[in-house]
Design a protein around this ligand. Sequence first.
Ligand code: HEC
Ligand code: HEC
Length: 365
Amino acid sequence: MRETRLPHTRLAIAGLLVSMLMAAPASSADTKLAPLPDAKKVNADKVELGRKLFFDARLSGDTATSCATCHDPAKGWGDGKPLSNGYTSIQYFRNAPNLFNAGHRSYFMWDGRLDGSDAGTLVRDMLTEAHTMNMDSRLAQERLKQVPEYQAMFEKAFKGDPYGGKIYGAIGEYLKTIRTVDAPLDKYLRGDKGALGEAALRGMALFEGKAGCVQCHFGATLSDGKVHATGVPANPELDKNAERQISMLRHFSTQGTPNYMNLREDVGHYVVTKDKKDWAKFLTSSLWDIGQTAPYMHNGVFATLEDVVAFYNGGGGEKSGMKPLQLSDAERADLVAFLKSMTGKAPTEKAPVLPDYKLRTVGKN
Ligand code: HEC
Ligand code: HEC
């Protein structure tokens, strides 16, 4: 199986040591399933502010798109579409990922291009990129200053006016509160042995054994935090849709990808390292809440978990180095039952009531 460690500027030296250790295949002691990580400590005032901002379309250029447009709690914090729509008429070339446990990613984005511990940068990109919210951060802060309730909330949370970094920080704080709730697998791993039914238990044995899923999906995030080429098939919609091709080439171009005008496929992590060994590698997804986040993979090409299991059963895609699993129909059904046990309750989060603009009196403020 081909795997790579991601570059990580802050931890470059530690990473070098770890990559020497990681050259050997992970031992079974490393690849155990573990319950969800504990919730991160948060500042309640920042979370309250971040919640409102997450749902507020005034943070987009044309005041019509909020984070929740593409990360809708009612759709498992995604948009339910194979490929994301993007800002206004711009069509994006990848799926909008779910945000469950977003406070615990090793890296953000399907290609692993952002540091998972730096939510501020992620939020800034989502707000300012032309294909997501197309917002100028100075305009964002001026708009928020015209809303007295926001002004007061910023004062309370940050002791200051609305400002770029504080906007990103508040939304980043809110992201930490988006968690899987009461997934049967989590309960089981915490000691409630009755939480999994017989089919799920048989599926778990396959996941950890014959099907080999646990080689990449393990630990408290159900992900090794690394990129792999599993050879997920292309989504034909990307070939047919010029807008999506343009979004993809634009992304390659902004990342300084060599020879990008001649690329027609999503090359994944290659744009980060420009190293051929990272061609079409994507970050191992966390599988928590997988039963409510369809469709699947970076390009949403699989509509159901049965499709995903059939893909792995066939040995993954071309050049993946994965072997066919030879699972019977019954075993495949058990594996799906186990995947569903990673799913918690549907989010109850609803769009909050948003505060209104209030015209300021000229000369008074
Ligand atoms: C127009 C749709 C759209 C909007 C609006 C949007 N996003 Fe996203 N978001 C995406 C897509 C698509 C990706 C994946 C991009 C990629 O991998 O290239 C993504 C990725 C993410 C990720 C990384 C998740 C992961 O597992 O890697 C987070 C976190 C996130 N968005 C949060 C936000 C926040 C917070 C906002 C509002 C400030 C926002 N998004 C607005 C579409 C959107
Ligand atoms: C070699 C590492 C590796 C192995 C082994 C592996 N996966 Fe994955 N898995 C990944 C990567 C990488 C992705 C993201 C791929 C993409 O989007 O192109 C992924 C994505 C997924 C997704 C979709 C997640 C989402 O949010 O869209 C599911 C479901 C999944 N894997 C289940 C499994 C199951 C079940 C097995 C065992 C049969 C398995 N995986 C084995 C690396 C692996």
